[in-house]
Every structure is written in structure tokens, then in C-alpha cells.
Design a protein around this ligand. Structure first.
Ligand SMILES: CC/C=C\C/C=C\C/C=C\C/C=C\C/C=C\C/C=C/C(=O)SCCNC(=O)CCNC(=O)[C@H](O)C(C)(C)COP(=O)(O)OP(=O)(O)OC[C@H]1O[C@@H](n2cnc3c(N)ncnc32)[C@H](O)[C@@H]1OP(=O)(O)O
Ligand SMILES: Cc1cc2nc3c(=O)[nH]c(=O)nc-3n(C[C@H](O)[C@H](O)[C@H](O)COP(=O)(O)OP(=O)(O)OC[C@H]3O[C@@H](n4cnc5c(N)ncnc54)[C@H](O)[C@@H]3O)c2cc1C
Length: 668
């Protein structure tokens, strides 16, 4: 089989790995990315990005100051969006995200929120007339916007946001105000210096009543000078753990007046006389968050896939220590511990990517239904997107860190790209809803389903139908080889169902002794566990189902990866499976052996599996993970670019170290 990843001059070890591959990598890449046509488009976009020198960085961004990063990112995003004819703009999830990943990397930029939240909010929250006016301006880039919801004092609890929008029927205007310091908007991406417009979420007051948080479109800066408008104070919030190419900002209003029609009125409205028309569903205004939570799953999968690619490629070229004395140093990928550390990360990346396709499809279905006023699927998409966002971003952050550790000392260098990948991805545990909080949203959905089952209703959504099933009393497991996909699912369903009812009963008892909010809090650890099991079950089920749709010659290797994902979950929570004698220790030990078998089977294909994800060096931006495996000379070249190496002797020698040593010597 030809292998496009092998080229002359490559490291011998990585080339030998590629020669061992037992499947068609191009076919696997096409399966991973949704078909041959999609793969072909990726290659075309990559060629374009490589050919346009203005889309590149003048030096690795790790060596830039924050100001240089912000400037470099702004230059590139303008160049990138000058050339959107290179992609199918309607395919944000595929071509849009890939084009931006290749060009912008993981540092974010002046327009990240413009594309991820500002435009989607205009699309989702405006009425037809407003859409006509604002969308064309935003798409043409005549205005640059962000999404300003979180405040210094409140991010999670939206009902307590303090920014106010009082309606004045005399002038038909809203008056935006930040009555306290804690009302300052804080965090919105590109708010500090880049955006001149924002969707601002504020408490709407009309006819003397507060109607809760609503979105408004607000001009922040003068069009020509870019100076803040009167009554508006704003700026950058300073450096962060990651995404330092983005000017996340703060914003305060001092009685700023905006026209009535700047309230986004697709769902809620304020009429000229101040009459409030409420939305058909109270959470329709939260739609943009659901959208971002849904697209985050793919983004996170892609970060974990990248980390796995870097670590697995590096482990194939790094030789250290011997397994058999005096037989030569081995590739560190041959150590079982290394495989145990890395292959489950790759398996997770697959599981998350395949779930991302599902949530995208569900999101599109919900959007279509909403155009007909049908809100039936809102609770389901809210629960699934919240749950996946939480579990996936957590596992991704832990997985990236494992990949870094697995690369030893070089993993700690920014040359590896791990610090940047981690800094970028771990933000996902917090933004779009803090993970623990979002898990509790899932739990609300699950507790309602449990209540339905207790009442004898069989009318459960497919996603939680397992809660209503009787299920087996004992695992059907007899041997790893005969452990069928449906048995694996059935075992996970057992544990997930047990956990649902354990939390349900605990909550019910607590509610008999306290009010429902206090009761909820006293059960919230168990409730979060319930949500995690629900999501893990979903991920395993979906992964196995997706593998069954793969071309037949890819199924064996993918099945090993999917089983590793499932076995790893089962064995790392063995206690849950022993409960009520559902599984025996000898069965669990066999599944543990199954993990090692999977590692052994995946080993020869490991490099080719990560190659199949089709990351170009341009996207990985990692010296350790480079395609050709020539890591050591590249590390030396990378280090030479450090600004500290511009001169042989730093001023610090004349100022501090030189005098110190001279003085010490003179005293000897
Ligand atoms: C050029 C770029 C191209 C490509 C980019 C590539 C990739 C992009 C990928 C990633 C993004 C990259 C960069 C962006 C980086 C960062 C952006 C970050 C933005 C932000 O963070 S914006 C701010 C987000 N904020 C939050 O998420 C706040 C979290 N809080 C909440 O959501 C709610 O307050 C909370 C916690 C859900 C509670 O809400 P509330 O108090 O109002 O409700 P209740 O608890 O009383 O519940 C009532 C009821 O309503 C249900 N519900 C809640 N939310 C929803 C919803 N959204 N939809 C449907 N239903 C909802 C809830 O479950 C209850 O139901 P019940 O009564 O149980 O039936
Ligand atoms: C990188 C990044 C980018 C961001 N971009 C934007 C943006 O563009 N626009 C924007 O508006 N916002 C943005 N945010 C803000 C982000 O949405 C919030 O930080 C997030 O929603 C969490 O809210 P919080 O900061 O108030 O956390 P808090 O709610 O204060 O969380 C602190 C702790 O309290 C716990 N906690 C809070 N409430 C509960 C509860 N009810 N039950 C149990 N535990 C609870 C949490 O679990 C957490 O452990 C961004 C944040 C980051 C980190």
C-alpha cells in the first residue's frame, strides 16, 4: 500500500513504523473526516494556506511578546478573512474550523468571538428586519463584534447579572448601565481592544419590571477613530493561561442610550410603549451558548488528537533504555506503560470526534425545528451539549497533560506545543458554562427521566431510554474474545442506570428533609457522577456504532481502539461494576487483560492511526510531533530562534553576573 506520509530523508524509526501499517491510511482519513470529498477539500485548503505567505508567522509565536502576538494574530485574521472564497463558508464545522486552525493556531485573535458567537447570535436572535440590517454588516466585516455576557461578579448565574437595560418609552431607547464594579463585563474575547460592537446581555427592565437577561446589540467604539464611545469604559483584562493572541476584555456602561430596536427581538420583544412580549420558551435566548457547546466537542477532540499525534510520533523516534539487556535501546513506544498512557488518549480523541458529528447533526435538526416554532428537542440538545462539553473538555485537558508527561523533558518545552495546546483546550472546562455546573444541568434532565420511570411511563427520549430498561442482573461477560459490543453497552448501561437511581433515591430522601435547592446541593456530587456515566455511556455506544459503519477493511483496527476506550472506562471504575455482584473479580481481571491485548494490537498501527487524522506540521506546530520524525536537529534550530540567542553575551553579564564573579574572584 502506498503511504503519503513516508518521504525521503525521514527518520528511520518513524518510517519503519509506517511500513508496518495494516490498513489503508487514506481510507481511514476519509472515514475520520467524513468522506473522500471532505478529505480532498482539506488538502486544497492546506495547499492554499501554505502558498499564501501572509498567512504565516514571521517567527514561532512562542518567541513573541504579547503585543507582537496580538498584532500578528490581527494581521493574519484580516488576511485569512480577505480570502474566505477559499472555503465553503456554509461549512463552518468542517472547512471553517480547519481553515482557522491552520492559519490562526491556538492563540485566538481579534475576530474569534465575531465568528463563533457574534454572528451566530445575530443569526439566532434577531427578527427578519434586524437580521437584514446587522448580518450583512458583520459578514462583510464592516463591524467587528463580540459576545459580552459574563461579568466580574457573575458568569454562571445568569439570573444575577447586574448590567441593566432600562426601557425609556419617551425616547424609545434603552439605557445601559453598570451600577456596580461587579457589573463590569469581564472575559469576552476580543472585547478589550479589537471589537467595535458587542452583543451585550443585560437585565431588561420595562414598565417597572425586571424581565431577566436579554441580548442587545451595542456599538462600543467610534467607527473611524476606534475610540470608546461616551459612557463606555473598556480594555484588555491582561495575560491568561492561554489564548494570549486574544484581547479578552472588560466593559462598563455609564447610562449609555441605544435605540429600542437594538434589543434582539426574534423571541422576546419590547413594543414602543414598553409592553413586553415573552418568548415561546424561556431559554431560547441561550441558543448561542448551545451552539458553541456543540462545536466545542469537535474542537476539543481535535486538540486531543493533536496531542496524541505529537506524543505517539515522538515515542516512535525516541529511544531510551533497554527491555532486554544488551540488545540495544528501544523506542519508548515499546514500553507497555507508554502505550497505556498514550493509546487511551487517542481512543478518547476518536470517541469525541465521532460524538461531535452526532451533536452537529442534532443541532442542525433542532435549528430546523425552531424555524417552525418547535422547541421539543431543546431540553435534549441542552443536556447532551452540556454533558459532552463537560466530559470531553475534562478528559481532553487530562489527556493532553498525559501526552506531555509521556514526552519527558522535551514535553515541557514550548517546542513540543503542549503548553499552548493545554492552555487553549483547558479553557473549555470553564467557558460556555463551568463543567460542574453544566453536569448538573444534565442531572436535571436525568432526574426527570428517572421520575418518569418511577411513574411507570415508557415515554423516554432515546438518549435516556436505558433508564427505563430492566437490564440484566449479571454481566454476560465470559471472555474478552466473545465480549460483544452489545454486552459492553449493556454493562455500561447497568452502571449508568444504577447511578441514576442511586442519585434519584438520595435526592428524594433529601427532599423530604429540606427544601428542593438544599436537597439538590446535598446530592450534587452524586448527581455529577450520574451525568458523567450517562455521557460515557453515550460516547461508548456512539463509538461502537460508528465503527460498525466503517469500511470493512478498517473495522478491525478501529474496533481495537473502540474496545480500548470502553475497557479503559470499565477497568478504571471497577468498583461500580462489582456492585450487587453484577460483575465478578475474575471477569474484571479478564477485561483488564483485554486492555493489554488492545494495546498490543494497536502498537504496530499506532503511528499510522495518528497519521490518519491528517494533521499537517502547519497545524500541529510541534517540533516533537513533526511528520518526518527528525526531532533533534529541529529542536536545535528552534532553540536558536530564541531572542536570548540574538547576542552571544547578554547585558545581564555586565550588570549582574560579571561583577559578582569578578568580586568573588578578587576575594579568593
Ligand atoms: C474564526 C473562528 C472559527 C472557528 C472557531 C473554531 C472553533 C471554535 C471552538 C471553540 C470556541 C473557541 C473560542 C471561543 C472561546 C471562548 C468563548 C466563550 C464564550 C463564553 O463563555 S460566553 C458565556 C457563557 N456562559 C455560560 O455558559 C453561563 C452558564 N450558565 C448557564 O448557562 C445558565 O445560567 C444555567 C447554569 C444553565 C442556569 O440557568 P438559569 O439559572 O437561567 O436556569 P435554571 O437553572 O433555573 O434552569 C431553568 C431551566 O432551563 C433549562 N436550561 C438552562 N439553559 C438552557 C438552554 N441553554 N437551553 C435549554 N434549556 C436550558 C434548565 O435545564 C432548566 O430546565 P428544567 O427546569 O430543569 O426543565
Ligand atoms: C478563556 C475564556 C474565554 C471566555 N470568553 C467569554 C466570552 O467571550 N464571553 C463571555 O461572556 N464570557 C466569557 N468567558 C466567561 C465564562 O463563560 C465564565 O467564566 C464561565 O461561564 C464560568 O463562570 P464564572 O467565571 O462565573 O465561574 P463561577 O461560577 O464563579 O465558578 C467558580 C466555581 O464555583 C462553582 N459553582 C458556581 N456555581 C455553582 C453552582 N450553582 N453549583 C455548584 N457549583 C457552582 C463552579 O463549579 C466553580 O468551581 C470566558 C472565560 C474563559 C476562561
Amino acid at each position: 500500500m502506498s503511504n503519503r506520509w513516508i518521504q525521503p530523508g525521514d527518520n528511520v524509526d518513524i518510517t519503519n513504523e509506517r511500513k508496518k501499517c495494516t490498513f489503508d491510511i487514506e481510507k481511514m482519513s476519509a472515514f475520520i473526516h467524513g468522506g473522500e470529498d471532505k478529505l480532498q477539500r482539506r488538502r486544497e485548503i492546506l495547499e492554499y494556506v501554505k502558498s499564501n505567505k501572509s498567512l504565516g508567522d514571521p517567527q514561532p509565536i512562542e518567541f513573541m511578546t504579547r503585543n507582537e502576538r496580538v498584532e500578528n494574530a490581527s494581521r493574519k485574521i484580516v488576511e485569512m478573512t480577505n480570502n474566505t472564497d477559499q472555503i465553503d463558508g456554509s461549512d463552518f464545522f468542517g472547512e471553517g474550523m480547519y481553515y482557522q486552525a491552520l492559519t490562526m493556531g491556538r492563540d485566538l485573535h481579534a475576530m474569534s468571538l465575531h465568528y463563533v458567537m457574534f454572528i451566530p447570535t445575530l443569526q439566532g436572535q434577531t427578527d427578519d428586519e434586524q437580521l437584514d440590517h446587522w448580518l450583512s454588516l458583520a459578514i462583510a466585516r464592516a463591524i467587528v463584534g463580540t459576545y459580552a455576557q459574563t461579568e466580574l461578579g457573575h458568569g454562571t448565574n445568569l439570573s444575577k447579572l447586574e448590567t441593566t437595560a432600562h426601557y425609556d418609552p419617551k425616547t424609545e431607547e434603552f439605557v445601559l448601565n453598570s451600577p456596580t464594579i461587579t457589573a463590569a463585563k469581564w472575559w469576552p474575547g476580543a472585547l478589550g481592544k479589537s471589537s467595535n460592537y458587542a452583543v451585550v446581555v443585560a437585565q431588561l427592565y420595562t414598565q417597572g419590571e425586571c424581565k431577566g437577561p436579554h441580548p442587545f446589540i451595542v456599538q462600543l467604539r467610534e467607527m473611524d477613530t476606534h475610540k470608546p464611545l461616551k459612557g463606555i469604559t473598556l480594555g484588555d483584562i491582561g495575560p491568561k493561561l492561554g489564548i494570549n493572541g486574544s484581547d479578552n476584555g472588560f466593559l462598563l456602561f455609564d447610562h449609555v442610550r441605544i435605540p429600542r430596536r437594538h434589543m434582539l427581538m426574534r423571541y422576546s420583544k419590547v413594543l414602543p410603549d414598553g409592553t413586553y412580549i415573552k418568548p415561546q420558551h424561556s431559554k431560547l435566548g441561550y441558543g448561542t451558548m448551545v451552539f458553541v457547546r456543540s462545536i466545542m466537542i469537535k474542537d476539543q477532540a481535535s486538540q486531543l488528537g493533536a496531542a496524541s499525534t505529537i506524543a505517539i510520533r515522538y515515542a516512535s523516534v525516541r529511544r531510551q533504555g533497554e527491555i532486554i539487556p544488551n540488545s540495544g535501546e528501544v523506542q519508548i513506544l515499546d514500553y507497555q506503560t507508554q502505550q497505556y498512557r498514550l493509546f487511551p488518549q487517542l481512543a478518547r480523541a476518536f470517541a469525541f470526534l465521532f460524538a461531535a458529528y452526532e451533536i452537529r447533526d442534532l443541532y442542525m435538526k433542532v435549528t430546523e425545528q425552531l424555524t417552525h416554532g418547535n422547541t421539543e428537542l431543546l431540553p435534549e440538545i441542552h443536556a447532551l451539549s452540556s454533558g459532552l462539553k463537560s466530559v470531553v473538555s475534562w478528559d481532553t485537558a487530562q489527556g493532553i497533560e498525559q501526552c506531555r508527561l509521556a514526552c519527558g523533558g522535551h514535553g515541557y518545552s514550548q517546542a513540543s506545543a503542549f503548553p499552548e495546546i493545554y492552555g487553549y483546550a483547558v479553557g473549555g472546562c470553564t467557558y460556555e458554562g463551568e463543567n460542574i455546573v453544566m453536569l448538573q444541568q444534565v442531572a436535571r434532565f436525568l432526574m426527570k427521566a428517572a421520575e418518569e420511570v418511577k411513574k411507570g411511563s415508557a415515554n423516554l427520549a432515546e438518549i435516556c431510554a436505558y433508564i427505563g430498561r430492566k437490564g440484566e442482573q449479571h454481566s454476560r461477560f465470559t471472555s474478552v474474545d466473545s465480549y460483544r459490543d452489545e454486552d459492553i453497552v449493556s454493562d455500561l448501561e447497568y452502571v449508568a442506570r444504577q447511578q441514576v437511581f442511586r442519585a434519584y433515591e438520595k435526592l428524594r430522601k433529601a427532599q423530604q428533609q429540606a427544601n428542593s435547592e438544599t436537597a439538590w446541593n446535598s446530592c450534587s456530587v452524586e448527581l455529577c457522577k450520574t451525568s458523567r456515566w450517562h455521557v460515557r455511556l453515550y460516547l461508548v455506544k456512539n463509538f461502537l456504532a460508528k465503527v460498525s459503519t466503517a469500511p470493512s477493511d478498517l473495522r478491525a483496527v478501529l474496533h481495537d481502539v473502540a474496545r480500548l476506550y470502553a475497557f479503559d472506562i470499565i477497568t478504571s471504575s471497577s468498583g461500580n461494576f462489582y456492585e450487587n455482584g453484577y460483575m465478578r473479580e475474575d471477569q474484571m481481571n479478564e477485561i483488564r487483560e483485554g486492555v493489554y491485548k488492545c494495546l498490543h494490537r494497536i502498537r504496530p498501527n499506532a503511528v499510522s492511526l495518528v497519521d490518519s487524522w491528517d494533521y499537517d506540521d502547519r497545524e500541529l506546530k510541534s517540533v516533537l510531533g513533526r511528520r518526518d520524525g527528525n526531532v533533534y536537529p529541529a529542536l536545535l534550530e528552534w532553540a536558536k530562534q530564541s531572542p536570548l540567542n540574538k547576542t552571544e553575551v547578554l547585558p545581564t553579564f555586565d550588570k549582574y553576573l560579571g561583577p559578582m564573579m569578578r568580586e568573588a574572584k578578587s576575594k579568593l
